[in-house]
Design a protein around this ligand. Sequence first.
Ligand code: ADP
Ligand code: MG
Length: 226
Amino acid sequence: MVNGSASGPCAAGSQSLGPSPWLHRLRDGSLRLVRQLRSYYCSVRLPAFVHHRLSVFPSRCDQPVRFNLNQHVTEVSKLLERSLGEHTTLSLELASVSSTVMVDPDQINNTLLNLVINSRDAMPSGGSLKIETHDVMLDAQMAAGIPDAHAGEFVNLSVTDSGQGMAPEVLRRAVEPFFTTKESGKGTGLGLSSVYGFVRQSGGFLNITSEVGKGTSVSIFLPHAV
Ligand SMILES: Nc1ncnc2c1ncn2[C@@H]1O[C@H](COP(=O)(O)OP(=O)(O)O)[C@@H](O)[C@H]1O
Ligand SMILES: [Mg+2]
């Protein structure tokens, strides 16, 4: 229930990532830099029409806003779908009953875009992509078993693909800034690191499971807003 690795394409035998220990040492300044670079990355990497359409969301300049994540994902998913090839199907499973979060909606858009573009890149011949939400309550004992986690009530947002997956050595470094396996001009290595920075600054945590040849699931846990 807690960890997306329990079901779906990244089931038993998959590798699970807790962000590299050195990332814990990122200070505020570094995180700011990552966020600035992420904005740049998103503006140059995304298909123009997606970027244009997303710009209809008012820019709140990192101002946390209380909003319904399920509703937001439903709206944005229509735009995200257009960035996927015709051979990839997008499905939504928005099971969170109480999906109110307090974060910057632009950051959610950037997160979804980064994850969906990564999945698209990992499925050059098409495949399936699922976006899910779940309510998760962690007690201290459960949290202790998950890297970076802490006790609390969270909304879990996962993006799961049926793509090529990551080898363990790639998974270990995936959230490291500037780490990319993509050819020059196609990858900056700033997608997952910016997602990680945003989630941590929001008081949440991130978990990635992946298995070569089967797929990848990136799960973010954001605190429930009361
Ligand atoms: N969904 C995915 N499937 C397979 N590999 C992935 C996926 N997401 C990320 N990766 C791996 O993690 C690396 C870092 O991702 P990211 O930080 O988004 O940078 P970039 O996409 O610019 O390479 C990618 O180069 C890729 O090797
Ligand atoms: Mg990326």
